[in-house]
Design a protein around this ligand. Structure first.
Ligand SMILES: Nc1ncnc2c1ncn2[C@@H]1O[C@H](COP(=O)(O)OP(=O)(O)OP(=O)(O)O)[C@@H](O)[C@H]1O
Length: 275
């Protein structure tokens, strides 16, 4: 397989104005009103550029999922602005600007893997031939070629999650939003899927927003780590990773990796202190 690495775009040195994929300015979201209201996001300012792999890490309830859901136009911010590819999140959703992978694989048990992947394509009116072509392509990307005819229950948890990623890739959107996709899997399977996801990212040059509770996972995968703090959900710190794009698993034993993991841990601790 020809694994072409895409040249890293160094946005800091790029003098031309490149439009960010995600641009959040003073973004706020308050659920409800009065005494029972919850400020889920407070003054979020963040740019995500094309090809970045951005992880969101923070304690439970700090707004990670809510931020992803705002990008996907599944929640409406109560203040500030949010642009996805220069559009409103609603426009971006209509343009199929992103694929979304949820915590649980969420596959229909009565449909085969191929038919699960096809479902959104059927709804969008893609031709049968195009549906078949895309299913074969995304199954290959997640290394599940040959499993299209199986039902979800015939696959392991890790394979189901890969099938769910394949479904999110089927529209070939440049942006992939992933909400703790590997949280429920054991560590060895998770390591393997992390490796595969990095390869997929390198092959496709997609922009990825990824929610996790795991410091090693965030550091291993990301070019940028957004450390969030709770009540109300804010960005405590954004850590740019100096690690190379090509990352074997044993990079986790290097001093550079351990140093970034340490910074993330310190950020999480300090963020708790912001309470
Ligand atoms: N629909 C809703 N109505 C009211 N409050 C909500 C709603 N959705 C989320 N919240 C609250 O907003 C805050 C942020 O929730 P969110 O799910 O984004 O956090 P999170 O960081 O993703 O948490 P976790 O790590 O547990 O998934 C929490 O206090 C949560 O209870």
């Amino acid at each position: 397989m020809n694994m072409q690495m895409n040249p890293q775009v160094d946005s800091a040195n790029d003098s031309t104005q490149v439009q960010p994929v995600i641009e959040a300015r003073d973004l706020n979201l308050v659920f409800g009103a009065g005494d029972t209201s919850v400020q889920a996001l407070k003054d979020i300012n963040l740019n995500i550029n094309k090809g970045e792999f951005v992880s969101f890490i923070g304690p439970s309830g700090c707004g990670k999922t809510t931020f992803l859901r705002c990008i996907a136009a599944l929640e409406t911010p109560t203040g500030g602005s949010l642009a996805v590819n220069g559009m409103t999140p609603e426009q971006a959703r209509l343009n199929r600007a992103y694929g979304y992978v949820f915590q649980a694989a969420g596959l229909y048990p009565w449909r085969t893997i191929a038919k699960n992947i096809k479902l959104p394509l059927e709804i969008m009116g893609f031709s049968r031939a195009e549906q078949d072509r895309r299913v074969a392509e995304v199954l290959e990307l997640v290394e599940l070629s040959g499993f299209g005819g199986k039902f979800p229950w015939q696959l392991s948890g890790g394979m189901q999650q890969r099938a769910s990623i394949a479904r999110a890739l089927a529209f070939d959107a440049d942006l992939l939003l992933m909400d703790e996709p590997f949280g429920a899997l054991d560590e060895i399977v998770r390591d393997h899927l992390n490796e595969q996801l990095l390869k997929l990212w390198a092959r496709t040059d997609k922009t990825i927003g990824f929610v996790t509770h795991s410091i090693p996972e965030a550091v291993y995968l990301s070019t940028k780590i957004v450390v969030m703090s709770p009540r109300p959900g804010r960005i405590h710190e954004v850590i740019e990773s100096p690690l190379p794009k090509e990352r074997p698993l044993d990079i986790r034993d290097t001093p550079e990796f351990i140093e970034i993991a340490h910074r993330v841990r310190e950020g999480l601790r300090a963020g708790h202190g912001d309470d």
